[in-house]
Design a protein. Structure first.
Length: 197
């Protein structure tokens, strides 16, 4: 078999291009579609929601992993479509909800991504044995995980990212839910222990 220099270079270039594509795609985040304001509850699927606030740069999300299958689903703090309408970095306080198949899940990570490119900026994996991170998604019900704050703080030549749990009253949660998803009422929520005060 005779291999010419040009075919060898073309073959090598294709391999490098494939390697670059794999590296680029491995750093991207796949977000679950966020429910829209007009969506209505369905009885055959379950939902996961949280009240989220963020400040500074970066887009925050929670990683939710199916305990039995191992697949990770990403719940963004805010619908990516909302970023297109924002004129400045803002702090939002709202409920965000995604649809998931019924089953057993755990909060497995939190992450920061670039909202334009979906490139992962940082990810913190949470310990599997940490208490309170597992939950069940039930058909026709909403598993409310709690209120979380994502903060980006510049510190010299480094940027620090962190996610913290915050307190919220049932009344405040009810008001946020009414604005974010008026067709989902508080009686559909199964709150994670300690998530509502």
């Amino acid at each position: 078999m005779h291999i010419t220099t040009s075919s060898f270079l073309l073959s090598t270039a294709r391999k490098y291009l494939l390697a670059v594509i794999v590296l680029v795609l491995s750093g991207c985040v796949t977000l679950e579609p966020v429910l829209q304001v007009a969506d209505k509850p369905k009885s055959d699927v379950g939902y996961v929601a949280g009240a989220f606030v963020f400040s500074g740069g970066g887009s925050y999300a929670l990683g939710v992993t199916n305990v039995n299958g191992g697949e990770e689903f990403v719940l963004p703090f805010i619908d990516p479509a909302v970023y297109k309408t924002m004129t400045r970095v803002a702090q939002l306080d709202r409920v965000t909800m995604i649809q998931l198949p019924p089953g057993r899940y755990r909060v497995s990570s939190w992450l920061i991504y670039d909202y334009l490119t979906k490139e992962k900026v940082a990810k913190k994996t949470l310990p599997e044995n940490e208490r309170g991170l597992e939950f069940t998604v039930t058909p026709g019900r909403v598993r409310y995980l709690g209120k979380f704050s994502g903060m980006t703080t510049p510190s010299g030549f480094r940027t620090q990212f962190r996610v913290e749990s915050q307190r919220i009253t049932a009344k405040d949660l009810s008001l946020l839910l009414e604005v974010s998803y008026p067709n989902f009422t508080m009686d559909l929520l199964d709150a994670q222990p300690g998530s509502v005060y």
